[in-house]
Design a protein around this ligand. Structure first.
Ligand code: ZN
Length: 143
């Protein structure tokens, strides 16, 4: 493992141990989408509040492996406060990166770049994707 991989791993473990924005809110202004990944046992629900075209808040809850839970935390921190369009661009870029598709390296993925190495482990790609896909689902639902 090189230094960069070690750093990435530390970021992932830090978010796993100290999750941000965890816990769902009982608030009808939030759209919620739940996605499960039966092959690993991951089960994540994401809630999003959009106001005036800005991602005002993201909450999530659920259970799963360290990759899944940490990626939900990183996703929430990366996307809160972004314009809806920018959040969708970041999400698309992130998902393309994970699945070995061509992706725009000019898009700043911020901390989400730490999941770059996941594409080497096909079984974990879904773990790292579901929170972001659930986020996409909440945006589609709010439209
Ligand atoms: Zn998993």
């Amino acid at each position: 493992m090189n230094d960069l991989e070690l750093l990435y791993r530390q970021v992932i473990m830090e978010h796993y141990k100290n999750p941000r924005n965890k816990g769902l809110l009982d608030d009808p202004t939030y759209k919620a989408v739940r996605i499960k990944n039966p092959s690993c046992g991951d089960d994540i629900t994401v809630q999003t509040k959009v106001e005036n075209g800005v991602i005002k808040d993201i909450r999530y809850d659920g259970t799963g492996c360290s990759i899944c839970c940490s990626s939900a935390s990183v996703m929430s921190e990366t996307l809160i406060g972004k314009l809806k369009e920018d959040a969708m661009t970041i999400t698309e870029t992130y998902l393309n990166m994970l699945t070995n598709k061509e992706f725009d390296t000019n898009v700043d993925l911020e901390e989400a770049i730490v999941y770059r190495g996941v594409n080497k482990f096909p079984a974990r790609i879904k773990c790292a994707s579901i929170a972001w896909k659930a986020f996409e689902g909440t945006i589609e639902e709010s439209e």
